[in-house]
Ligand binder design. Structure first.
Ligand SMILES: [Zn+2]
Length: 215
């Protein structure tokens, strides 16, 4: 009898602790951050390599159009991207980022220079970049060297297409590997650009023109 009473109290104490912990978790999760909130990738993972081309003059606009090299995305895009990066890291690779969320005003500048929807989305419709659901990426190996993808980022020619197969086997394998892991983690590829990926659940989110805080 005593031993069963003791078991009863011990069990009660155990359930009290479990429910107290569950409550604590509920209180500490941030109620403001919904999965469509814009967040900064670096707050969620330190395992990405950054080469944000539009924060430099090394891009097809030949102008530095971002004040700083931050990668903002909707929270759900960040979560899918972090999961993809974990998959890549298991094989010794990491995602290198060229572009993330892009304010609509920058999309307009891009469209003025390249008015071809195969390469730049018409700002009237808006790009998935303007919705916080697209990333332009490549992979780096364990030494931080970018794997061969056949063309540079923002190469506006058919050689950048997933459908172009007259490339070295290694390049085709690298593109295929990038695509497979991204698709497995909730992204769609884009036929004419090997570097561009859209979060499947992000296609209908609102276009934004908000700028990020560089401080
Ligand atoms: Zn893109």
């Amino acid at each position: 009898m005593i031993s069963s009473l003791r078991t009863f109290f011990l069990l009660n104490a155990f359930f009290f602790l479990v429910s107290a912990n569950a409550q604590k978790e509920a209180y500490t999760s941030d109620p403001v951050v919904s999965d469509t909130s814009f967040v900064n990738l670096k707050e969620y993972s330190k395992d990405f390599v950054y080469d944000m081309k539009y924060a430099t003059e090394d891009n097809f606009l030949k102008a530095k159009v971002y004040d700083c090299a931050e990668c903002l995305l909707r929270l759900k895009t960040v979560q899918a991207l972090v999961a993809a990066n974990i998959d890549f890291m298991k094989k010794g690779y990491k995602i290198k980022l060229y572009d993330c969320y892009r304010p609509l005003s920058i999309q307009k500048k891009m469209w003025e220079i390249v008015s071809n929807p195969s390469y730049v989305a018409d700002p009237k419709k808006g790009s998935i970049h303007n919705r916080g659901g697209a990333v332009d990426i490549s992979l780096v190996d364990a030494n931080g060297i970018e794997v061969e993808m056949g063309t540079s980022f923002d190469f506006f020619g058919f050689q950048a297409s997933h459908n172009y197969t007259k490339l070295p086997k290694k390049v085709l394998a690298n593109r295929k590997y990038l695509k497979e892991v991204m698709i497995k983690n909730g992204f769609n590829s884009f036929d004419s650009e090997w570097w561009h990926y859209n979060l499947k659940t992000g296609l209908k989110d609102k276009v934004s023109n908000q700028k990020w805080d560089c401080n």
